[in-house]
Design a protein around this ligand. Sequence first.
Ligand SMILES: [Zn+2]
Length: 598
Amino acid sequence: MRTWKWMLTAFLLVTLSAMAQQSADQSSTSSAVQANAAGSQTATTPAPTTQPAASQAANPAAGSASTAAPTTMDQVVDRSIVREHALMDMLKTRTPLVETYLQNLKSDQKLGPVPSEDHYFLGRLDLGEAVDRRDYLSKDESFEKNLLGGVSKLFKFEYKPMGFSWMIFADREDFDRGHYGFKYVRREFLGDVRCLVFDVTPKKDAGKGRFLGRIWVEDQDYNIVRLNGTYAPRPKNAMYFHMDSWRLNLIPGYWVPAYIYSEEGDFSYGAKDKMAFKAQSRIWGYDLKKGGKEDELTSLRVDSVKDETPSTTDASPLEAQRQWQQQAEDNVVERLQESGLVAPDGEVDKVLQTVVNNLIVTNNIDLPRPVRTRVMITSPLETFSVGNTIVVSRGLIDVLPDEASLAMVLSHELAHIVLGHNLGSKFAFNDRMLFSDESTYNNFGFRHNPDEETAADAKAMELLKNSPYAQKLDVPSLFLKELSERAPSLNALLTAHLGNSFTNDKGQLVRLSALATSGPALDANKLDQIAALPMGGRVKLNAWNDRVELTKSAPVAITSARDKMPFEVTPFFPRLSRLTSDGNTGNATSASNTAPSN
Ligand SMILES: [Zn+2]
């Protein structure tokens, strides 16, 4: 069965490349592959010098291949169109979250384009017949103000978060041959996945808002795995953004939209383009329940929801108080996970947990209940704690340069726990869990008053100084300095939605400012000084089941101050791989062939 599939694939690729007369990818060319395809494949056979006459005689398929080629090419396009509609169909009942974080850019002599201001959007998509979305933050007045008074006034166009949501499909309505022309370009590997690349252009009179760009189609089931381009024609007084949209093979047979990068702007001398921004959109929570409670018996429960009381007697008043807090904590964490804001307990939590334990053990802290950690999936930099659970946002973990910085962030929340600044006990009442997912930010809040914040900062410094991180506080200090320096242009990134923000409403750093004012000076020109990382570098999110893990990308040498990009948005380049890895996938030699042209 596998051999058959392999042969078909090889055949298809050979005929395609022959037809397109492409010379794009000259590496690892082996005419031996096709000749041996019928028998056992010895992919490592060194390529013999091509002998047109002999190869034609030995391989009767060559003749029929050239005549069958146009059909095969059409088949690929047809299959990809069918698969795209199947994807839309499969996602019809899904309501994933979509988050867009956008940085407007200005040109800096030393650092190149840097953020001048930023915007944040978080919504829930309904991928039914027409794509629809509800925003988690739409009731936020500053959001409206930013939206209408900020971007649109400056750049004379109206920016709609819906626009980014649109980009998860090439064309929700009419992705077909009637509206589009497809031109084969070449084969190309994206990560481990071999793809066929096509340029897609809307046909004349195809109508407004049609996709114009390039698609990458994987070569097993012919799903689109990447889209890159824009929409056309450009309407009057408006514009479509450019986008690079990536999909991941997270469930069998489907590649689901996960990342979209957008960028506009031209900083070349004399350029008239006044608008410049970079934006990352992330989509996740495909597998979340649609708010319905009908199948709650089978739904995932937070694993700590079990009776942990060892006693067989009634709870004492103090025990009852602790159990009450535990109940509130469990309710909140579970509800946040249900609404797609917090990731399930997993691998990253173990890392956070280790750092917390380092602080606890070296400070001889004795707590009645263990401290747990969870990752909030969103980008804005924030932490909060509810009961004994510390929650840290993905965006914050992304930008932290090292373990000591992580310890610095966790120490503040641990301090709240140690000092008994317990918030959220009202959430032990279950009626307070009954609200729509989109209104989570209106129903939950874990902000401490300024006195508790000051006390927590002082305690955090004490915890750090007694910890294994005591001698490593230079980097956390630099992180806070960088944060302080960038804060005025990163208002959206620094606006916490559930906990306390790192900065006040004037954009001044308020968290651990004692640490920020000590230590070495920040110097962009020192290439070994990494104060903060770009967005998206540490945590990998599974868009289907919301699980997070740490990325394993190799460090890349920084060669100039422009490479540092602290807190900045960068393009996505996920390494694509197939869901089912049988060990051999991706190892097949590229089956390009020097097919004789006449
Ligand atoms: Zn705090």
